[in-house]
Design a protein around this ligand. Structure first.
Ligand code: AMP
Length: 348
């Protein structure tokens, strides 16, 4: 069988891990990224540096590949749609149009009768005064926010006086959930009703950044079933091809909510590299390149620790046991709150 060359937009750690998995499957990768220092160039076959609106560079990229995917969801829909006219983009661009907009995403989820936090669109300060039933809440930018960026906590209307929110942008106000747990489900969809679903992964955040992920997640059978069902329903409704992550909240009364969908491989799934026979990255490559679907099997329980900022320096010098797997993303600069690497510890 002719193996396609895979184009990946974005050159961070997710791009690196996708390229590494592709290599294992004998698939060539071309990374396109706007960062000249993109770490994924250390792992891909070809690297193209260019802005995401540079038509010439995009054409150079398109010519070199057979199928295109991406490692982050905030590429403009128009760009992906244009590319899709020449070579297939998977998951398809319409998925991004929904998911990169928090309101469209939540409307879409609710239409499927899947619960999200309560929310409303906010375009001015005075609008917040009319929806005080959603306080305490979080104000989030509708587009372009991750790891808590672009988010403000509002306990009462008084907080708005010192929050300095730029209302030239559109926001969503979400009621704060009293969280008992956060977890995620990673699913790779290959086609109609054909998917591999990883078991729920329990996630621990600090300052809204993921610190640890653990399997097995400590969840009741009922929540386990419900969350798996919702993850498959979401991927089916999106007619998604590739790996997708659904992030869940469980509140103190055991109510389940979908927080958000990441239309890509996800940080919480890094432990699948060592804990499963087929990782989320390999499955993504398999699905978008039309390769065989292999039934996934857990090999071991695991804990993944993100190495953030200068934590990496200590780990670069460390010796590891046989059950510990250290990943250095080879980022040129250590920055505060930047994900620099991770460690996966396999457990019986
Ligand atoms: P997000 O970027 O929306 O995924 O939010 C990042 C993190 O902020 C989540 O993983 C939660 O820890 C926290 N968070 C976001 N929205 C809410 C909410 N409505 N209620 C409670 N915590 C939240």
């Amino acid at each position: 069988m002719h193996k396609p060359t895979l184009g990946i937009i974005g050159g961070g750690q997710l791009g690196s891990m996708l390229a590494t998995s592709a290599k294992k499957l004998d698939i060539k990768t071309v990374i396109f990224c706007d960062d000249i220092n993109a770490p994924a160039q250390n792992f891909s076959d070809v690297f193209i540096h260019g802005n995401y609106n540079d038509k010439n560079k995009i054409n150079e990229f398109i010519e070199k590949v057979d199928v295109i995917t991406f490692e982050f969801e905030n590429i403009p829909f128009e760009t992906l749609n244009e590319i899709n006219k020449s070579k297939p983009v998977l998951p398809k661009p319409s998925v991004n149009r929904i998911i990169q907009h928090r309101l469209a995403e939540k409307d879409f989820i609710n239409k499927l009768n899947i619960r999200t936090t309560q929310y409303t669109s906010i375009e001015s300060k005075s609008e917040i005064e009319t929806v005080q039933n959603l306080l305490p809440g979080l104000i989030k930018t509708v587009t372009l926010g991750y790891d808590g960026k672009g988010q403000h906590r509002v306990n009462s209307i008084k907080d708005l006086d010192h929050l300095n929110i730029d209302f030239s942008k559109q926001y969503i106000l979400e009621k704060l959930v009293k969280l008992k747990k956060e977890f995620s489900i990673i699913i790779t969809r290959f086609g109609d009703k054909k998917y591999e679903v990883y078991e729920p992964i329990e996630n621990f955040h600090e300052d809204q950044i993921l610190k640890y992920s653990i399997i097995p997640a400590d969840l009741s059978e009922k929540i386990l079933k419900q969350s798996k069902l919702w993850a498959t329903e979401l991927s089916e409704a999106l007619k998604y091809i590739g790996t997708l992550c659904v992030e869940f909240f469980l509140d103190r009364n055991n109510n389940l909510y979908v927080n958000e969908i990441a239309p890509r491989v996800h940080n919480s799934g890094h432990l699948t590299i060592n804990a499963y026979n087929v990782s989320q990255f390999e499955n993504h490559v398999r699905a978008v390149c039309g390769l065989e679907q292999i039934q996934i099997k857990k090999i071991c329980n695991a804990k993944m620790k993100n190495l953030i900022g200068d934590q990496i320096n200590e780990y670069r010098k460390k010796k590891f046991s046989k059950n510990e797997f250290f990943f250095d993303y080879l980022k040129k600069e250590v920055k505060l709150k930047r994900k620099m690497g991770h460690l996966t510890i396999l457990k019986k």
